[in-house]
Ligand binder design. Structure first.
Ligand code: DOR
Length: 452
């Protein structure tokens, strides 16, 4: 007979990173047991004598609310030679990520209900963790965005103000205004100014294969112009916006003065926090090519400063895999982007040991804020009745990041050869181990649910 009081799993004696859903910026780390039942956290405390189907020894390990990557490109449908939802999500759970928001620049681009449902169907069958998908914004679907953004499994609308991989583009203020008028949820925006990109394309074309010209072509002014245009349109309309992958000091200074409450939220990436020019182009060549570009030390330091001053709300990976074959063409024929969903957490934990970021900052930027800002139900906190989607880390484990470790179909990482301290040990998705000691399991997964 089933014992009603029995837990499905008790994680014993682990350090839990706790914060209160009513006061999410107030963190504490406490050693205790965590009991899971029916995919939810059911009890916290001393549970060692209680009946359970399974126990997991958490001594020496730290448990974070399940981290969520709010910017990945999993390329399916249409670009499966680069990535698939299956391989991308394997990469996610291998790196301690329990769910993802996926970008619409697939082929076809995600512009209709059918496009979204197709992705959800693939994810329901193949994803290793929970998921949601952005709807792309374009001239041809702008009038339908109000209905499209509300569809189950949609995390919001994504706008490309500058062209990047794929054909999605909102390159003028008239169309951008229409996107804002036709949406209510937070829109996520890639800010690079398309007219300036076009005007200066000759810099890339005359580069003689020198990828370091990428940074000159897509310069700091290109990023700042678009960020300013967006904020000046959206703020008077009181429209929530999420500005993706901010890469310049000037944008951070501007945003610091423009931000009030959660109306404008800001993302940075581990790549922009960790790599810098000119070294990255010398050492990694076109593997370091991405949009917006990796910039110099002044910008990298400004991003850290903004993160420490809480101008930054979210860290995403912008996992944007391309094959090594594609990356080995001659610049500017090479595609922009690099894989990252699997390396984000180890890279950040290593930064933690170097004093750049606190553990609770990582939790705030990758669990609490994604849940709060985008309104994901049941996520972001270790507390009773919340989902038992958890990221378990060994803060002291020293490892070297290697291409062979990468589960993504691209099988490479810009961090190959980097020694790090701090490593994901297990990934739980609603109570089940999707990754345990590096071994992956296909557990039931589902679309995130959002507050209305
Ligand atoms: O470098 C990038 N690659 N930036 C983007 O905005 C898109 C991405 C991709 O999809 O390849």
């Amino acid at each position: 007979m089933a014992n009603e009081n029995e837990f499905d799993l008790i994680i014993q004696n682990a350090d839990l990173v706790l914060s209160n859903p009513d006061n999410p910026s107030n963190f504490k780390i406490e050693k205790m047991d965590l009991g899971i039942k029916n995919g939810q956290i059911s009890s916290l405390g001393t549970l060692s004598n209680l009946p359970t189907k399974e126990k997991f020894q958490g001594k020496g390990l730290t448990i974070l609310p399940g981290l969520i990557d709010t910017q990945v490109h999993f390329r399916e449908p249409g670009l499966e030679h680069k990535e698939t939802i299956e391989m991308g999500s394997r990469s996610a759970v291998a790196g301690g990520i329990t769910g993802f928001f996926e970008m619409p620049n697939t082929n076809p681009a995600t512009l209709t209900k059918q496009d979204l449902e197709r992705k959800i169907h693939i994810a329901e069958n193949t994803s290793y963790c929970d998921f949601a998908f952005y709807m792309g914004a374009a001239q041809k679907n702008v009038q339908n965005l109000a209905a499209l953004e509300k569809l189950p499994g949609c995390c919001g609308v994504k706008v490309f103000m500058g062209s990047s991989t794929g054909s999605l583009l909102v390159d003028n203020d008239d169309l951008l205004r229409q996107v804002l008028e036709n949406t209510h949820r937070r829109i996520a925006v890639h800010c690079e100014d398309e007219p300036r990109l076009k005007e200066r394309k000759y810099i890339a074309q005359n580069s003689n294969g020198d990828v370091s010209k990428h940074e000159e072509w897509r310069d700091e002014e290109t990023a700042l112009l678009a960020t300013q245009r967006l904020v000046r349109l959206a703020k008077p309309m009181n429209h929530p916006i999420h500005i993706l992958h901010i890469s310049t000091q000037q944008e951070m200074e501007f945003l610091k003065t423009e931000k009030t409450g959660d109306l404008i939220t800001v993302e940075v990436l581990p790549q922009h926090l960790s790599l810098e020019s000119p070294d990255c182009y010398v050492n990694l060549g076109t593997k370091a090519q991405m949009n917006p570009p990796i910039r110099n030390t002044k910008h990298r330091q400004a991003l850290w400063k903004a993160l420490q001053a809480k101008v930054v709300d979210v860290i995403g990976s912008d996992h944007a895999p391309h094959t090594l074959e594609e990356k080995s063409k001659t610049y500017p024929e090479t595609p922009s982007g690099m894989p990252g969903v699997q390396t984000t957490l180890p890279v950040l934990l290593n930064h933690m040991h170097r004093g750049h970021i606190g553990l609770t900052d990582i939790v705030r930027l990758m669990a609490v804020n994604p849940s709060r800002i985008f309104g994901i139900r049941g996520r972001g906190f270790i507390a009773p009745k919340y989902e038992a989607s958890l990221t378990i880390v060994d803060l002291n484990k020293e490892m070297t990041i290697e291409n062979q470790w990468i589960e993504s179909k691209s099988h490479w990482t810009p961090f190959h050869g980097q020694k790090v301290k701090g490593w994901p040990i297990a990934t739980l998705v609603r109570g089940q181990f999707a990754m345990r000691d590096g071994v992956l399991s296909k557990v039931p997964t589902q679309a995130f649910e959002f507050q209305k």
